[in-house]
Design a protein around this ligand. Structure first.
Ligand SMILES: Cc1cc2nc3c(=O)[nH]c(=O)nc-3n(C[C@H](O)[C@H](O)[C@H](O)COP(=O)(O)OP(=O)(O)OC[C@H]3O[C@@H](n4cnc5c(N)ncnc54)[C@H](O)[C@@H]3O)c2cc1C
Length: 397
């Protein structure tokens, strides 16, 4: 069979690429190492799949060059995503929070079903349990070596799409194949690291965080690059929750960040108001108007929570303000690729044509999705990139 392209990886990007190629009357062969396609889509968003974000903008992405995204996002917009799933799968999107769109059915498998149906109808071939081991150049074509049904096979194609994703979650099929191939072809890679990942705390503070495990606090977390306002979640090993996951994409080992535990009130004002009312309440009572009892007890490690507001010194009030609004955290590390939602870094965007995602050095070799140095925020942005890059590549096959 003479294919218009071989697609390595049956995740979000590879599936969209195959489906769009099919709609254009092209034939592709998709190679997936798992025994099913779309493993990550199926578990995404807690099995509900947050498949795009209504407010998608290049500022929602971490990349050496976010402007790179303009080309793909102008060809494939959020509206295109919504219309695509509506037209081919009757999927109606429902916004949960902050622009995050989920299928109204709350079933990620409905998203995957759109692709399997379209690929069947447009006669795209899919080989499951097909793990690609290597790509080699042979004249104007590529030889793809894979293991399929227990034996080694070689397929030759002029166009090969690497949509094999990033490093997070090995048990869902993640591999370093894209990075390995880039190294082999001397294609530059931006340093990779787990992103959208919980952060760990060790040492003398570890027990304090662990004592609060399960408590969520609406907070503003900031470092020198960015600020996010959402829940943080205390865990037995440190911090998680949406605000922490978002910040983790901008955090580097050894760095500090701060948490404003009460972003919409000012402790100085609250203390002043309480003083004006007689100052009979204790710090603990005042804090319990804004935090859980458990949290206030834990804050007692740092604050004079049994003192009456009327008897607070200037220094006490300053300490309270700093602890609540400028709580410093120095994580020991992150929970690693098995707990990360995405990989930061990847194939450098300046190695790729922004319109087609074809390698500038190797004609016919394409990289899409998470393998590329484009990392979205939490909230459906990563899928929007995977769909858009898959679409862009399909146009060029
Ligand atoms: C727990 C979790 C929840 C998430 N939830 C969301 C969400 O709700 N919204 C959102 O936008 N993003 C979410 N993400 C991120 C999103 O899943 C990824 O960004 C997206 O799947 C990337 O698409 P991709 O096609 O590049 O890679 P993937 O979807 O990872 O697909 C790559 C495929 O390639 C296959 N493969 C790898 N190596 C080989 C090889 N050598 N040969 C053959 N096949 C190979 C893999 O098995 C895999 O199927 C979530 C991620 C995780 C881990």
């Amino acid at each position: 069979m003479d294919y218009d392209g071989l697609i390595i990886g049956g995740g979000a990007c590879g599936l969209m690429c195959a489906a769009q190629a099919g709609l254009l009357g092209k034939r592709t062969l998709l190679l997936e190492k798992n025994d099913k396609v779309g493993a990550k889509i199926l578990i995404s968003g807690g099995g509900r799949c947050n498949y795009t974000n209504l407010h998608t903008d290049i500022h929602n992405f971490v990349s050496e060059n976010p402007d790179f995204l303009h080309a793909a996002f102008s060809k494939w917009t959020v509206d295109d995503t919504i219309q695509f799933f509506k037209s081919f799968g009757n999927i109606i999107g429902e916004e949960k929070t902050l622009g995050q769109l989920f299928p109204r059915s709350n079933k990620a498998k409905d998203i995957v079903a759109v692709f399997t149906k379209l690929m069947f109808e447009t006669q795209q071939d899919v080989w499951l349990n097909a793990e690609v081991k290597a790509i080699d150049q042979d004249g104007g074509a590529y030889v793809v070596t894979l293991m399929h049904e227990g034996r080694e096979r070689r397929i030759v194609s002029k166009k090969v799409v690497i949509a094999s994703g990033g490093l997070p979650v090995a048990k869902l099929g993640a591999s370093d194949f894209a990075l390995r191939t880039a190294r082999k072809f001397d294609i530059r890679i931006v340093d990779t690291a787990p992103a959208l990942v919980p952060l760990t705390i060790t040492g003398k503070d570890a027990n304090w965080y662990a004592s609060l495990a399960g408590n969520a606090v609406f907070s503003r977390v900031s470092n020198k690059h960015i600020t996010f306002e959402e829940n943080i979640l205390f865990t037995h090993w440190g911090l998680s929750g949406p605000a922490i996951l978002q910040l983790s994409s901008y955090w580097r080992a050894g760095e500090l960040f701060t948490i404003n535990l009460l972003p919409h009130r000012d402790m100085n004002t609250l203390i002043k108001e309480e003083r004006a009312a007689g100052g009979k309440r204790t710090v603990s009572q005042l804090l319990q108007m804004h935090f859980t009892k458990k949290m206030v007890e834990a804050l007692g490690k740092f604050l004079p929570i049994d003192l009456k507001i009327a008897s607070l010194s200037k220094a006490d009030a300053k300490l309270i303000w700093e602890t609540i609004h400028h709580f410093e955290v120095k994580p020991a590390g992150d929970k690693g690729y098995d707990k990360a939602e995405v990989m930061r870094g990847g194939i450098a965007t300046d190695e790729l044509d922004a319109k087609t995602l074809e390698s500038k050095k190797f004609k016919g070799l394409y990289f899409g999705g998470e393998a590329v140095d484009v990392t979205g925020w939490l909230g459906g942005f990563n899928f929007q990139w995977a769909w858009a890059s898959g679409y862009a590549i399909a146009q060029d096959l």
